[in-house]
Design a protein around this ligand. Structure first.
Ligand SMILES: Cc1cc2nc3c(=O)[nH]c(=O)nc-3n(C[C@H](O)[C@H](O)[C@H](O)COP(=O)(O)OP(=O)(O)OC[C@H]3O[C@@H](n4cnc5c(N)ncnc54)[C@H](O)[C@@H]3O)c2cc1C
Length: 194
């Protein structure tokens, strides 16, 4: 998506689409999660009996689509590295047509590709000060919000991001307040003395 001007397709084969529809209906999701997913899989979808037909239906290059699916399949079978960095549980062999392509482009009004910032800057874990390439604090620069904090190590649960934003904002604010107080103290002390 980042490399294609915001355009992206999610490719499923027939068994995976069936499984995904069943999960959206009976998997215990909230309606606001399952409705857009169902609309995407049922209405905003292109279909092809073969991968070549799917390429024609979507405007993708036949060879690029075929090579991408073959590479993903090889990774799902454990025969090659996973090209998109998917964890083993997220890998699926796509080899039973018809094949489907769901439009998950950023401008899709039904179900745009969800994107979240999860980490980015390296920070001092006690103060939130942004670190340079040598791991040294950059004077006067603090980070707060999602860019300041890392990737949830086990599960991503709704609320984690906002909680992390509150936590990291408070951490940076407290660090700056402490620093300011320390800088002011000598002045105040000398004023008091004089
Ligand atoms: C659809 C959706 C649902 C979500 N639901 C939840 C939820 O239920 N619970 C939860 O905890 N989290 C949820 N999140 C995640 C949460 O909203 C974000 O993680 C959080 O808002 C991040 O806050 P932030 O301050 O770090 O970054 P942002 O809110 O992204 O703020 C960054 C700001 O920087 C500005 N900016 C970017 N580049 C520049 C630049 N070069 N110059 C100047 N300004 C710039 C941006 O315009 C933006 O205003 C959801 C996110 C999405 C997208």
């Amino acid at each position: 998506m980042e490399e294609q001007g915001g355009k992206a397709w999610l490719v499923l084969d027939a068994p995976l689409r069936k499984k995904a529809i069943r999960e959206a209906l009976f998997g215990g999701y909230w309606w606001f999660q399952s409705f857009p997913a169902l609309a995407l899989m049922l209405f905003k979808v292109r279909k092809g009996k073969t991968l070549n037909q799917l390429a024609t239906a979507t405007g993708m290059s036949e060879s690029v689509l075929r090579d991408s699916v073959l590479a993903a399949n090889a990774a799902a079978r454990g025969e090659a590295p996973e090209p998109f960095g998917k964890s083993p549980g997220g890998r699926q062999v796509l080899d039973q047509g018809p094949f489907y392509a769901c439009d998950i482009s950023v401008d899709n009004p039904v179900f745009p590709l969800g994107a979240l910032t999860l980490g980015g800057l390296r920070v001092d874990e006690h103060s939130g000060a942004a670190l340079d390439e040598q791991g040294q604090p950059i004077a006067g620069l603090y980070a707060a919000g999602r860019t300041a904090l890392g990737i949830p190590s086990h599960l991503y649960i709704s609320g984690l991001s906002l909680a992390d934003c509150v936590f990291s904002g408070r951490r940076a604010g407290a660090a700056v307040a402490q620093l300011t107080a320390r800088q002011l103290q000598p002045t105040l002390a000398s004023q008091v003395t004089s």
